[in-house]
Write a protein that binds this ligand. Structure first.
Ligand SMILES: C[S@@+](CC[C@H](N)C(=O)[O-])C[C@H]1O[C@@H](n2cnc3c(N)ncnc32)[C@H](O)[C@@H]1O
Length: 334
C-alpha cells in the first residue's frame, strides 16, 4: 500500500496567498491587461507602455503567466479569456473596480488576530455605519458591473412574468431591479437602501432611463416600514452583514409586507450545510469581523430555516453562482 506523503506545499501557498493579490493589484494599476489588448504584446513594448524597467516588466509578466492571467505564444503575450473580458479597461464587462473593491481593507485583514481578540461589541451596520454619498458612489461603482451580471442571471432564472411590483432590499445600484423591469413587461420596482446610497441609486436609474418604473425608498430595512403593495421581493448580497437574529427579523418583516401569494428570493454567499465551505462564503463572514459588524456566514439550511420561520412555504434552494452565491426562495400563502 502506498503512503501519501504529507508535504508543506499547500501550507506554503496559503501562507503567501497575499502575494497573488498584490500582483493582481499592481497589474491593474499598471494597466497591463489593457496594454496587451491594445497591442503591446512583447516584453519591451509592455515595459515601455507600463513605464517600468525591463527587469520589473519581466518579473510581473512571469507572475501573471504563472497565475494564468496572461498566456504566451513564443515572445508574444495575450490575455487569458477572463482577463480579456473583465480586466481590460474599455471592455464592456470591465470589473477591476469590483476586483479591487476590498483593497482598502488589506491593512484590516493583517490586523485580524488583534480584531478577533478585541472584546468590544460589534456595531450593527459595520462598514455601512459611516457611509456618505461619495463613499456610496465609489462603493457602487465597484458593485455595479458585477451586480448587473447577477441581475441578468436572476431574471433568466426567476420568472417574474405577471408580477406587479418588486421590492429590492438593499438594492444598491438597482442592478436587479433595472434588469427585472427591462425583462418583464408591466413590472415596477422599488429599491430600498440606506439614505446616502439611494442618492447614488437614482443616478443609475436615470442612466438606464427607468425612473418611471423604479421608485426609491431611503431607509434601513431592519426598521423602515416596508411597502405593502409588492408581490415579489429580492434581497441580494447583504446576507453576511447581519447575524441570524437580524436576518430572521428582516425576513419576517418581508413576509408580513408582501401581498398574499408573493414570492421572496434571498440571494447571498451561503455555506454548505456541513459548514465546510465554500471558502468565499466563509471569507465574507470573516470580512464582517474586519468591518466590525456582528455579521457572519450563514448556511443554506439556516437560510431555509429563516424563510420557514417567517411563514414562507414552498421554500427551495438553488445554486446561483457556483462557489459564490446561493438562492433560497419561498412563497407567502395566497
Ligand atoms: C453588496 S451591496 C448589494 C447591492 C445589490 N443588491 C446587488 O446585488 O448589486 C449591499 C447593499 O445593501 C445595502 N444595505 C445593507 N444594510 C442595509 C440596511 N439595513 N438597509 C438598507 N440597505 C442596506 C447597502 O447599503 C448596499 O447597497
Amino acid at each position: 500500500m502506498s503512503e501519501t506523503r504529507i508535504g508543506t506545499t499547500r501550507l506554503q501557498r496559503i501562507s503567501r496567498a497575499y502575494t497573488e493579490t498584490a500582483v493582481l493589484y499592481a497589474a491593474l494599476d499598471l494597466e497591463l491587461f489593457t496594454h496587451i489588448a491594445r497591442g503591446a504584446t512583447s516584453l519591451a513594448a509592455l515595459a515601455e507602455a507600463m513605464d517600468v524597467s525591463l527587469l520589473n516588466a519581466e518579473r510581473l509578466l512571469t507572475c501573471v503567466l504563472a497565475m494564468g492571467l496572461v498566456e504566451r505564444n513564443g515572445d508574444t503575450y495575450h490575455n487569458a479569456p477572463d482577463s480579456a473580458r473583465y480586466l481590460v479597461s474599455d471592455a464592456p464587462a470591465y470589473a477591476a473596480p469590483w476586483m479591487t473593491f476590498t483593497r482598502g481593507d488589506v491593512p484590516g485583514w493583517f490586523r485580524l488576530t488583534e480584531i478577533l481578540r478585541d472584546p468590544a461589541p460589534p456595531s450593527t451596520l459595520g462598514m455601512y455605519a459611516d457611509l456618505t454619498v461619495a463613499s456610496a458612489r465609489a462603493y457602487h461603482a465597484a458593485t455595479y458591473s458585477i451586480g448587473m451580471g447577477a441581475g441578468r442571471r436572476f431574471c433568466r432564472e426567476v420568472d417574474l412574468t405577471g408580477r406587479h411590483r418588486l421590492l429590492d432590499l438593499g438594492g444598491g445600484s438597482g442592478a436587479y431591479s433595472i434588469n427585472a423591469v427591462q425583462r418583464f413587461d408591466g413590472l415596477r420596482a422599488v429599491v430600498l437602501d440606506l439614505p446616502p446610497v439611494i442618492e447614488v441609486t437614482r443616478e443609475y436609474l436615470e442612466r438606464h432611463d427607468v425612473t418611471d418604473r423604479i421608485d426609491t425608498l431611503a431607509g434601513d430595512f431592519t426598521v423602515t416600514a416596508l411597502p405593502r403593495d409588492c408581490d415579489c421581493a429580492v434581497m441580494a448580497s447583504n446576507l453576511p452583514i447581519y447575524d441570524a437574529a437580524a436576518i430572521r427579523a428582516v425576513i419576517a418583516r418581508v413576509h408580513d409586507a408582501l401581498l398574499p401569494g408573493g414570492e421572496f428570493h434571498l440571494v447571498g454567499e451561503m455555506l454548505d450545510n456541513d459548514g465546510a465551505g465554500p471558502l468565499d462564503a466563509a471569507m465574507w463572514g470573516m470580512y464582517e469581523a474586519v468591518c466590525g459588524s456582528a455579521g457572519r456566514a450563514h448556511s443554506i439550511a439556516e437560510c431555509i430555516g429563516y424563510l420557514e420561520a417567517a411563514g414562507f412555504v414552498d421554500v427551495a434552494e438553488a445554486v446561483f453562482v457556483p462557489g459564490t452565491l446561493h438562492r433560497v426562495s419561498g412563497v407567502k400563502r395566497g
